[in-house]
Write a protein of this length. Structure first.
Length: 411
């Protein structure tokens, strides 16, 4: 297979990978509230499955995928089984039936995020130049899923939500998952790189060797700040969609996809900011954007204040790229060749695992506290709390973290 053909296949793989995730995860809270009549605590349980999946994923990759099977084959199997679980979620009628399926699905899905990267990096001749052009199709997939839900099927319109149409998102992504599962078996062969007889070390799988980096004060400040900032991050994923639908914003899911569009724009601007302002100010821009976004949500509305909502959504590019992507670059620069993989694994475990697990729980508790007996929400109070927490992390990081000069290496 020539390089052009490989690039096209990898781009299709990335598109479907994130079309699937964006196609149900964005509207999950709204589905749980309107279709399954769940409590805030149950919504937190459902979203926390992402964190449990992130915690378990290294074991699946390290113990199975890296040693016994081709990456493209296990990717295909996971997505085929995932298609069945998504279909069962589509047919669920109450939370007790739904939860085991979403938990099982996220335990299977989270490892595929590493697998699609592994397949891509192994097949490209110059990943540093080629990977970003393939990964952008993943962002495009997420965007398209939101646009399809809002502007093609209108499943998130007020009338459709009342009729329970949001459940169709699971059917849509179940079909997409089955397609990706079958398509994965046509991808170029990506055999294991680790010998079957090589001794398995749990410290390698979890990235625990990289804990040595915490002896560096600056990296320790960055590490714990990353965990803390993921707490308010969880609020965005868990309650933004029901918030926008509740206040009457039309085509809310489609408008949320503008956040991924801005992600592409600010990804292009990231090297400029890193070069001009350095790693500290770039990270601070990202943290400040979280606080500003939640303030805009607190005081915006679907009428004269709609610009505040759209601006808050558009800040996603700064929130994600300037903190998480620049943070990955910073981690890579601090780790050195010996601990590069371990360090990235540890950061992922700490942020998407521990940090967001706490955040999903906190979002559920705060949402429930500010819900009236009639089911109405005091949204201003709900959003001000993660805004204040983000601002606090921003201040602490600004005071303690010392700026460093690092080399920007394009992904």
């Amino acid at each position: 297979m020539n390089q052009t053909g490989i690039t096209i296949r990898l781009s299709v793989m990335m598109f479907l990978q994130f079309f699937i995730w964006g196609g149900w995860f964005v509207t999950l809270s709204s589905y749980l509230i309107n279709n399954l009549n769940t409590t805030a605590a149950q919504q937190s349980m459902a979203f926390s499955t992402q964190s449990w999946g992130a915690i378990i994923a290294p074991f699946i990759i390290g113990l199975i995928a890296d040693r016994y099977f081709n990456a493209e084959r296990i990717l295909g199997v996971l997505h085929l089984v995932g298609a069945g679980l998504l279909y069962m979620m589509f047919n669920s009628t109450d939370f007790s039936n739904f939860y085991p399926y979403v938990l099982g699905y996220m335990i299977l899905y989270m490892p595929t995020l590493a697998l699609v990267n592994s397949v891509s990096f192994r097949q490209l001749t110059d990943p540093s130049k080629q990977f970003s052009k393939i990964r952008v199709f993943g962002t495009l997939g997420w965007v398209i899923s939101g646009l399809v839900i809002s502007y093609v099927f209108s499943w998130d319109s007020a009338e459709a939500v009342k009729e329970g149409m949001l459940r169709n998102t699971f059917l849509m992504v179940s079909i997409a998952s089955a397609i990706l599962g079958l398509f994965s078996f046509t991808l170029p062969k990506t055999p294991p790189q680790v010998s079957k007889g090589e001794k398995v070390k749990i410290s390698d799988i979890l990235g625990l060797d990289a804990l040595k980096l915490l002896t560096n004060k600056n990296f320790a400040v960055f590490f714990f700040s990353s965990v803390l900032i993921c707490i308010p991050l969880a609020f965005y994923y868990q309650i933004t969609n029901p918030f926008l639908l509740d206040i009457g914003l039309d085509n809310a899911t489609g408008k949320q996809s503008f956040g991924q569009i801005s992600e592409v724009v600010f990804m292009l601007l990231l090297p400029v900011f890193l070069t001009r302002y350095g790693i500290k100010k770039t990270l601070l821009f990202g943290m400040l954007a979280w606080a500003l976004r939640y303030v805009l949500f607190a005081y915006g509305n679907a009428d004269s204040g709609v610009w505040m909502l759209l601006l808050g959504i558009a800040l996603h590019g700064i929130c994600y790229d300037f903190f998480f992507v620049s943070g990955q670059i910073y981690t890579d620069s601090k780790a050195g060749d010996k601990y590069k993989s371990s360090a990235q694994g540890l950061i992922t475990l700490a942020t998407y695992g521990v940090g967001m697990l706490i955040g999903f729980w906190a979002a559920g508790q705060i949402s429930e506290y500010y819900t009236t007996a009639t089911g109405d929400h005091t949204w201003e109070s709900i959003w001000i709390l993660p805004a204040a927490f983000s601002a606090l992390v921003f201040i602490l990081f600004a005071l303690v973290f010392k700026n460093e000069t690092i080399e920007y290496k394009k992904a």
